[in-house]
Design a protein around this ligand. Sequence first.
Ligand code: PSU
Ligand code: MN
Length: 304
Amino acid sequence: MTPTATHAQPPTAAAAPHGRRRVALETTLLVHGVPPEASRGLAKKLGDICRGEGAEPAVVGVVSGRAIVGMNGAELDVLLSAGAKQVPKLNSGNLGAVLFRGGHGATTVSATMELAARAGVSVFATGGLGGVHNGYDRRLDISADLGAFTRWPVAVVTSGVKSILDVAATRELLETLGVCVVGYQTDEFPAFYRRSLAGVGRVDARFDDVETLAKFVRFELARTNRGIVVCNPIPAEHELDAGDWARWLGEAEAKARAGGAAGRGVTPAVLAALHEVSGGATLRANVALVESNTSLAARIAARM
Ligand code: PSU
Ligand code: MN
């Protein structure tokens, strides 16, 4: 079995070489979501967490026009060494053009779901989904991540959507799209750095043990052949204080706006500004929730 997935030759086997179930991990988080000095350590940690829970990590990205589901160290190193300026963020829209032209790319949730699904990988861990941006009435900035759940049969373990977004509007849009949103040990739709936000809304169903959650994921993927949002709130000890968070977000948004961020640049610019104005507190929280999501995804995958 080859770990490479191109559209011409989609691999079909779902199991890793050792017979362990694979967990997809995305490269946008590593290349654009955290500072370069944090990305190598985070990638290694996430891989260790997967293996420790009995699953196999499958880092997804594009190197020289090859879509890879299960990058090796050297391949990941190409993207991390080239860095955020040289490696474009890929969603479902620009993925094909980069494959066609033979470029590199870091996959977001939507592109990772597409490639994982084609490679037979059905569980994926990320930090937070993209969603509906604040000010969407002026500029209709809505992440391609949301639509991807209507197309690709992958369960994505996430701490909800990034609280830099309009979280309530994002929850509403998932509802409109008919996307299945479940909570692991929570009734509420979480907001990344916060376990919940007032007025955001609830999940469609709550599961308190991994065994039943994994059974449901298998049932629902087979039933619908579409994606599932599995919400796993940030661990309580890492949740940011609501007041600090509101202050940092205001400063970070102003900073990103002054820097002229637009389109695909908005999310990385706001995240980077947040890490800066919070003195690293948002980065520590971000890393903690990604680790927790990876652990849950691996436990689900190992039971599928
Ligand atoms: N989770 C994180 N950090 C990130 C992301 C997720 O903790 O940077 C990435 C994911 O790849 C997600 C993307 O798909 O942010 C959303 O980008 P946009 O808003 O441009 O769709
Ligand atoms: Mn956008």
